[in-house]
Design a protein around this ligand. Structure first.
Ligand code: K1U
Ligand code: ZN
Length: 169
């Protein structure tokens, strides 16, 4: 397994739209393994393939305390959504930034699991927020795009400075 580099905002590759996984082959299994190691090492509670510069519809999530409840969703789709909730979100691609985002409170998801079976389930709360956040990444959307143009621009400037500092060291 390998710990992959996570793209940092405003890297333009974060805005690529992921394509459908049409076969769960050894390449997909390998990227899922590497993503899992990367997410746990970061540490994070979710990760999309987009963030590791792999532009296929794969997300992984583990919101458990013990980090022993990994959810792997391939080609995830939101089949229905209801209500609204607001909460603070962070992003491994925008480190150090936490902002309040409004999202649907309950969503029903259809996806493939790693065995290639179709799974359908409804979720709310933190898991629902995390799934919506990761699915946005697959569409090339980063959570700060929900903020006002002024806030977004300030964060962008801050991140560019931070990335330059990091590259110089
Ligand atoms: O997509 C990502 O960048 C991962 C992101 C997921 C997420 C967090 C909060 C709301 C929605 C989606 C993160 O994991 S940021 C790090 C984080 O939240 C965390 C890390 C360690 C322990 C607890 C939380
Ligand atoms: Zn994110």
């Amino acid at each position: 397994m390998t710990i992959l580099d996570i793209l940092n905002y405003p890297d333009p590759r974060l805005h690529k739209v992921a394509s459908i996984v049409d076969e769960i082959n050894s390449e997909i299994i390998s990227i899922v393994r590497d993503m899992t190691e990367t997410m746990y090492a970061a540490p994070g509670i979710g990760l999309s393939a987009t963030q590791v510069n792999y532009h296929k519809k794969i997300i992984i999530i583990d919101i458990s305390e013990k980090k022993d409840d990994l959810l792997i969703l391939i080609n995830p789709e939101i089949v229905s959504s209801d209500g609204q909730q607001e909460s603070q979100e962070g992003c491994l691609s925008v480190p150090g930034i936490y902002e309040t985002v409004k999202r649907a409170s309950e969503i029903s998801i259809r996806a493939l699991n790693i065995e290639g079976d179709v799974i359908e389930f409804a979720v709310d709360g933190k898991l629902s927020i995390c799934i919506q956040h990761e699915m946005d990444h697959l569409m090339g959307k980063v959570f700060i795009e929900y903020l006002s143009p002024l806030k977004k621009s300030r964060i962008k400037t801050k991140m560019i400075k931070k990335n330059k500092k990091f590259e110089a060291t």
